[in-house]
Write a protein that binds this ligand. Structure first.
Ligand code: CP
Ligand code: NVA
Length: 296
């Protein structure tokens, strides 16, 4: 029997991904509808820091009557060099689903290959699909269907940006990515999605007429030593209220958080009424609940 993993948004049929988002909206309106997963355990194996992803998974499991077990790599034998395959073999005999946050995406794939239970990508250097479930839920709740709309990504072509590229295909929207030279997303991912995804180094023309403007930190986890060099490369890519003024009148602002105010986003934008970052953060829980219902 093949095990259904969720390593990127492309791992499930389009209808299932859209279904997760619809279900998340339903569960938010009536949490009593959620499946009962009593006696089920979600393993959370994190090699990087987290606030939202971890909290959202733990609360989701508690509300559904199950439990979760958090393992930080540095406190487990993983941090002392136990092969990730062995960790996967052992944990997957004990729990019903595992969410892994790690660096290389290939490490996650390797973990999934050796797992007896579904594995969820809780963020890798290349993708952050759980974030996109929440972002799509948030847009749809606030503005209706995202199909046929325009989205601008301003800043680094990072893991969240690359999941936006996958989401553009699944949810059928146009994505305009504006990043400095040398910080573009993966070339193959771009060329495979050339029908809907465009690169535009000028943030103003990327944002013009869009319904959603999204950004993320300039230096992701693991890139701390590049912070200074990146701050200089990205200085013209801050989302300011002036930049937002080129978007459509009812355009939303999103950021996966944590945010660095005064770097990738100005204070007045992230704290403005069309910023939906707190809804996005809350929706991590509702959408991950819907994902767990499907996988467990
Ligand atoms: N957005 C997000 O994944 O946040 P955490 O790193 O806090 O989990
Ligand atoms: N791009 C960021 C996202 C954090 C949720 C990082 O990888 O650090």
């Amino acid at each position: 029997m093949t095990i259904q993993h969720f390593l990127t948004l492309k791992d499930l049929p389009v209808v299932d991904i859209r279904g997760i988002v619809e279900r998340a909206i339903e569960l938010k309106n009536d949490p009593n509808l959620a499946a009962n997963v009593s006696r089920k355990t979600l393993g959370l194996v994190f090699e990087k820091s987290s606030t939202r992803t971890r909290a959202a998974f733990e609360v989701a499991m508690t509300q559904m009557g199950g439990s979760s077990m958090f393992l930080k790599s540095s406190d487990s034998q993983l941090g002392r060099g136990e092969p990730i395959e062995d960790t996967s073999r052992v944990l997957s005999r004990l729990v019903d689903c595992i969410a892994l946050r790690t660096d290389k995406h290939s490490k996650l794939e390797n973990f999934a290959e050796h797992s007896r239970v579904p594995v969820i990508n809780a963020l890798t250097d290349e993708f952050h699909p759980c974030q996109l479930l929440a972002d799509m839920q948030t847009f749809i709740e606030k503005r209706g269907d995202i199909s046929g709309r325009s989205v601008a990504w301003i800043g680094d072509g990072n893991n969240v940006c690359q999941s936006y590229i996958n989401a553009a295909e699944v949810f059928n929207f146009e994505l305009r990515i504006s990043c400095p030279k040398g910080f573009e997303p993966n070339k193959n991912l771009l060329s495979n999605n050339a029908k809907r995804v465009y690169l535009n180094s000028d943030p103003i023309s990327a944002v013009r007429g869009t319904d959603l403007v999204v950004t993320d930190v300039w230096a992701s986890m693991g890139q701390e030593t590049e912070q200074k060099e990146r701050a200089s490369a990205f200085k013209n890519y801050q989302v300011t209220s002036e930049l937002m003024s080129y978007a459509n009148q009812y355009a939303l602002f999103m950021h996966c958080l944590p945010a660095h105010r005064g770097e990738e986003v100005s204070c007045d934008v992230i704290d403005a009424h069309d910023s939906v970052v707190w809804d996005e953060a809350e929706n991590r829980m509702h959408s991950q609940k819907a994902l767990l219902e499907l996988l467990i």
